[in-house]
Ligand binder design. Structure first.
Ligand code: DGL
Length: 265
């Protein structure tokens, strides 16, 4: 098999990264994916940098063992804390895409006087990962840790989600923003609620599509597009299987998928 026909490895702390996987499948339908959700260790948003690095390295090794030709860190917390560590695990020049760099690139195309806010997990927000990288554009941060759990419990586009979102977004940190980065894999599912809160008056940046485009460009530059010659069987692994995880996958991926369990420690 040609190396270009190998799968793309995608990982996240759980099932939220399936929103990124979905965008990748939309932009690159001929590619095969192997997804790994570390459900045993989620939420990464509450973990130390040290633990996020350790889990990310193990998963990267698993994806390399599966023969993946590229790795996508489909988790903001892992992108903020373990991107460098992940790159150290792969051969020189091997494509590793995180969910933050494509957003930084995009923000640089905005007007210099833009006023950007970012919401995400504690791990992502406390990393201050956007700081200095988007200067002179002003950025404000807000931890919104309840939102990921809320989405997993199915509170989307309803009274509960609207009231939690409003409690967060009305905080003074975000009072003057004109652009909001959805800095967590779960938040694209809340886009409608968030837009409604702002009466559609601000720009919302969802990394999924930007990440998929960045991956497409990387694969094109490296001549790594799948030739379409082989049968493509996407595979979805989790480190701790439960039926409730499997049931929520449809919300994130937009299609029924079956999960296989593969333990990491
Ligand atoms: N996937 C995580 C992220 O994007 C959210 C869930 C978690 O905290 O593990 O930061």
């Amino acid at each position: 098999m040609n190396f270009s026909d190998k799968p793309i490895g995608i990982f996240d702390s759980g099932v939220g990264g399936l929103t990124v996987a979905k965008s990748i499948k939309e932009v690159l339908p001929d590619e095969q994916i192997i997804y790994f959700g570390d459900t045993l260790h989620l939420p990464y948003g509450e973990k130390s940098s040290h633990s996020i690095v350790r889990y990310s390295k193990q998963i990267t090794q698993f994806l390399l063992d599966q023969g993946c030709k590229a790795i996508v860190i489909a988790c903001n917390s892992a992108s903020a804390h373990a991107y460098e560590a992940t790159k150290e695990c792969v051969p020189e020049g091997f494509p590793v895409i995180n969910v933050i760099d494509p957003v930084v690139k995009h923000i640089h195309q905005l007007e210099a006087n833009s006023n950007v806010g970012v919401i995400g997990t504690k791990a992502t927000i406390r990393s201050k990962v956007y700081q200095d990288r988007i200067s002179p554009i002003k950025i404000s941060y807000l931890e919104t840790p309840l939102l990921a759990a809320m989405v997993e419990e199915g509170f989307i586009n309803n009274e509960v989600s609207q009231s939690v979102i409003s409690a967060y977004l009305r905080k003074k940190e975000l009072s003057t923003i004109d652009t909001l980065i959805l800095g967590c894999t779960h938040y694209p599912l809340l886009e409608k609620d968030i837009k409604a809160y702002y009466n559609d008056a601000i720009r919302i940046i969802d990394s999924g599509r930007l990440v998929a485009q960045e991956l497409k460009e990387k694969l094109m530059n490296l001549k790594l597009f799948n030739s379409g010659a082989m049968e493509k069987n996407d595979a979805f692994y989790v480190s701790d299987y439960t039926t409730s995880f499997e049931q929520t996958t449809k919300t994130f991926f937009g299609a029924e998928i079956s999960l296989k369990e593969l333990k990491i420690t």
